[in-house]
Ligand binder design. Structure first.
Ligand code: V47
Length: 353
């Protein structure tokens, strides 16, 4: 059967078919992805209001793409005290924000407790605060550094109140590219194992893909196929988040910047290939707000949120250090013909704006 016919009939596509979609016209892909998006979400575009906290930038790993780590080009090492983290949480709780997204570098100097007990402090004070924390890369680091199994670290996290796992650290699963861009950190297999273990406890997580650097189209499709395979097994991924590589202040040199067209094609193909992951996020921090608005017509139904403050991607050149204004954000979604729906961390709808 011809691939377009297959897609229109809602049939699952293969690796080869997905790869061949890159040769298709951008607007043809957009139409197909939009139809797939509208079948699940209609014209609704989700966002949530959360606060990112990045408690330390001291890192034992050396990922070429990272501009955040103090051991690379960021000259200002820092580690927040729990009291400083709690001050931030007090502030956001006072303003009605119900999710904190806490991810750090891999700091061997702090001890395991520094990483994990802050969650119980947050939960004790704010039982309703959703804690999305620790990437699989951090879990792997903590397991090696403190000689504990993944299961033990995950149990400690859950005991201390972590509600979901963010999707960071996935980068690109292809082993050759991964070795080139971030040798020595969590492997693809380990990353997927950690998420599988998390899902097996009935918990949800996200999954990212860092693209637009030295990877090829085939590596992106391979990445998505590995996600689809695990999702068939567990159903635990809430959302797929392709992260557009930011070029500044790091050691990963790319020959050519990725084009808007290639980014939109990648979103559209992700929507068509990942038939078992409900949500596709255009993370405006790395795509720009303008392209994220367009991405709503290329399969994306989630725009993350207002961010407020973000350190990892902004260190590499993204214009996200201080977030965006909520009213303006909602206005942009409406003006582009979509319905802004505020959601909670697990995609329950809170308010239609
Ligand atoms: O894992 C690092 C990426 C990620 C660069 O789960 C870079 O809801 C682009 O994972 N250019 C952290 N990206 C951010 C992340 C995330 C963000 C928003 C929502 C969620 C979620 C997760 O940032 C890292 C890495 O892949 N990153 N350096 C760079 N130069």
């Amino acid at each position: 059967m011809e691939i377009i016919e297959k897609i229109k009939m809602g049939k699952r596509i293969s690796y080869d078919e997905a790869l061949s979609l890159y040769e298709r016209d951008l607007f043809e892909l957009g139409e197909l992805a939009d139809a797939a998006r509208q079948k699940i979400h209609g014209k609704k575009t989700y966002f949530n209001i959360n606060r990112h906290i990045n408690p330390t930038n001291i890192c034992k790993d050396v990922c070429k793409f990272c501009a955040y780590s103090a051991s690379r080009k960021n000259p200002k090492p820092y580690t927040l005290k729990h009291e400083e983290i709690m001050d931030i949480v007090d502030d956001i709780a006072g303003r009605g924000i119900t999710e904190v997204h806490i991810v750090s570098a891999h700091n061997p100097e702090t001890g395991l407790d520094w990483y994990t007990t802050v969650f119980s402090k947050i939960k004790a004070k704010y039982p309703k605060m959703h804690i999305k924390a620790l990437t699989a890369a951090e879990i792997h680091f903590l397991s090696e550094e403190y000689d504990k199994s993944y299961d033990e670290i995950i149990d400690i996290m859950i005991k201390n109140g972590v509600d979901s796992l963010p999707g960071g650290g996935a980068e690109i699963f292809d082993e050759k590219v991964r070795d080139y861009i971030c040798k020595g950190k969590v492997t693809s297999e380990q990353w997927l194992t950690i998420h599988e273990k998390w899902h097996n406890r009935g918990m949800k997580s996200n999954v990212t893909m860092l693209f637009g650097h030295v990877e090829e189209r085939k590596d992106r499709i391979d990445h998505m196929m590995r996600i689809r395979t695990l999702q068939d097994k567990t159903g635990g991924f809430n959302c797929f988040i392709p992260l557009v590589y930011q070029t500044e202040n790091n050691f990963l040199k790319v020959k050519e910047d990725i084009t808007g067209q290639e980014i939109l094609k990648t979103y559209a193909i992700a929507r068509l290939l990942l038939d078992n992951v409900a949500n596709l996020k255009a993370y405006w921090v790395t795509s720009t707000v303008n392209l994220a608005m367009v991405a709503q017509e290329f399969g994306c139904n989630d725009l993350d949120g207002t961010i407020e403050k973000e350190s990892i991607n902004s260190a590499a050149g993204a214009a996200s250090a201080f977030g965006v204004d909520l009213k303006e954000f909602v206005g942009l979604i409406k003006n582009s013909g979509f319905i802004p729906v505020e959601r909670d961390s697990l995609y329950n709808e809170i308010k239609t704006w």
